[in-house]
Structure formats: structure tokens, C-alpha cells
Design a protein around this ligand. Structure first.
Ligand SMILES: [Zn+2]
Length: 71
């Protein structure tokens, strides 16, 4: 089940990190800001992990690229 979720997540731009400190957009180096929109990938991952993971969605301030962080 988890492998299945990870397969889906590959469709999105994903960063898996313990902390968001120092994380910058890999495309343009801009700041990442927290968004309140839950992505489909994030929702699937949360379900697949039975709530043990809480994916947070970030968006680059500059180029609007989406990131999903797992804490
Ligand atoms: Zn960017």
C-alpha cells in the first residue's frame, strides 16, 4: 500500500525532509510558503499511512512550484 502511494507521489514534486528549515525551491531558489490547499498526493499519503504522516503543502513564492513536505 505504501509503495502504491509512493508511486502516485512520483507524479508530484516531492521533498521528503524532517525539517523545513533551510529548504528552498529547487528550481529558482525562492522561499517556500505554507499553503492550506491539500494536494491529492498529500491526501493519499495521509490515508495510506493511517494518519501517521502529515504532509504539508508548500508553494514557491517566486515560481509557484508546488512541494509536499513530510514531517
Ligand atoms: Zn521557485
Amino acid at each position: 500500500m505504501f509503495g502504491f502511494a509512493m508511486g502516485l507521489l512520483d507524479l508530484d514534486k516531492i521533498i521528503i525532509k524532517r525539517t523545513i528549515l533551510g529548504i528552498r525551491c529547487s528550481a529558482c531558489g525562492g522561499n517556500l510558503v505554507l499553503t492550506h490547499k491539500q494536494s491529492i498526493a498529500g491526501r493519499v499519503l495521509k490515508l495510506a499511512s493511517f494518519g501517521t504522516l502529515s504532509p504539508k503543502n508548500y508553494e514557491c513564492e517566486s515560481c509557484r512550484k508546488k512541494y509536499l513536505l513530510l514531517e
